[in-house]
Design a protein around this ligand. Structure first.
Ligand code: SER
Length: 320
């Protein structure tokens, strides 16, 4: 049977690239992109449906119309924006997920993907080589909603048999679409500013090391998880995965290999620093490697080279 796939939140940093990858794999018509706003370029970008995942009725209609075999729920409020609007972040991140899980059960959707985040960890989690299972005391509403979401995903799997799969994404670096409202966004902004102005004012301190993943790896990993046989998926909350870890100073050093005059300054007292300080600096992803053969391809040098080549080609260094 042909797959029919719905991506909810298709305009974001991950959605933009996941839609393209899924259309390549399954065919354009099989993949319905959907978001609360129209995409910037609608031409050729069909099928597309406007949808608010909190609108249960509209979501119901969408499921009735397309009878999806797979659903990817990417609509979310991220860590920094969540601190400005905690109630909305909780509402979208939790009730959006519950709506999708309920409908997936009702419509016997074969597989559901929902992303979690390194934000599920907190100040009492091990800081380095953070394992899959450990103390988790997230301090942001985003992290709290992701941890609750992980528990509810596992619950829907165990209790109702929903085949839901999830990855705890670290910071994701990409050049096609901008990230929105996260703490790790600096690692994308820095490239745009480097190419445009040869300098960047970073909102995290020089030595704030965070786990990161290049988009190519993130998409490849997501498709691998979704392709794995159900009985190999031992974790129904969410899998740790990581690409590499670096600090702003290390990233600036890697950029300087391509742009020798690049400079970086550090802005103190940004609220995102306090968020980053509670997150792991590196992640242990042994379970993902064991269960579905996860392994990243891009390290710091490869990410930097690929970002610069592509941004030079596509934007001429203009900010997105
Ligand atoms: N990139 C996300 C954020 O910074 C982490 O999941 O909020």
């Amino acid at each position: 049977m042909a797959e029919r796939i719905i991506i909810l939140g298709s305009n974001g940093q991950i959605g933009t690239e996941l839609v393209a990858a899924l259309r390549k794999k399954y065919g354009q018509a099989q993949v319905v992109a959907s978001d609360i706003r129209k995409p910037q370029s609608v031409a050729g970008d069909t099928p597309f449906e406007l949808i608010d995942v909190l609108d249960r009725k509209a979501l119901h209609l969408l499921f009735t119309q397309y009878r999806p075999t797979q659903v990817y729920l990417l609509a979310a409020v991220l860590s920094a924006t969540g601190e400005q609007h905690p109630r909305q972040a909780w509402d979208l991140n939790i009730n959006g997920l519950l709506n999708v899980l309920d409908l997936s059960m009702e419509y016997a959707v074969k597989k559901v993907f929902w992303p979690s985040s390194i934000a599920v960890f907190g100040p009492h989690s091990p800081k380095t080589d953070t394992p899959e299972y450990c103390t988790m005391d997230p301090t942001t509403v985003y992290g709290i909603s992701k941890l609750a979401g992980e528990r509810i995903c596992e619950y829907y799997h165990n209790r109702f048999g929903v085949d839901v799969r999830s990855i705890r994404y670290p910071g994701i670096i990409s050049w096609k679409a901008a990230p929105g409202g996260g703490t790790t966004d600096y690692a994308v902004h820095i490239f745009h500013e480097a190419l445009k102005h040869n300098t960047y004012a970073c909102f995290l301190s020089a030595d704030t090391t965070l786990p990161m993943l290049y988009m190519d790896d993130a998409i490849r990993g997501t498709l691998a998880l979704m392709d794995a046989p159900a009985d190999q998926i031992c974790i129904r909350s969410s899998y740790n995965i990581t690409g590499t870890s670096f600090s702003p100073a290390m990233l600036a050093g890697a950029i300087r290999r391509h742009l020798p005059d690049f400079t970086i300054t550090y802005v103190k007292n940004d609220p995102r620093q306090a968020i980053a300080d509670t997150w792991p600096s590196s992640i242990n992803d042994a379970e993902a490697r064991r269960d579905w053969n996860w392994s990243p391809r891009y390290g710091l040098a490869e990410i930097t080279a690929d970002m610069i080549v592509n941004l030079k080609k596509t934007t001429n260094g203009k900010s997105i």
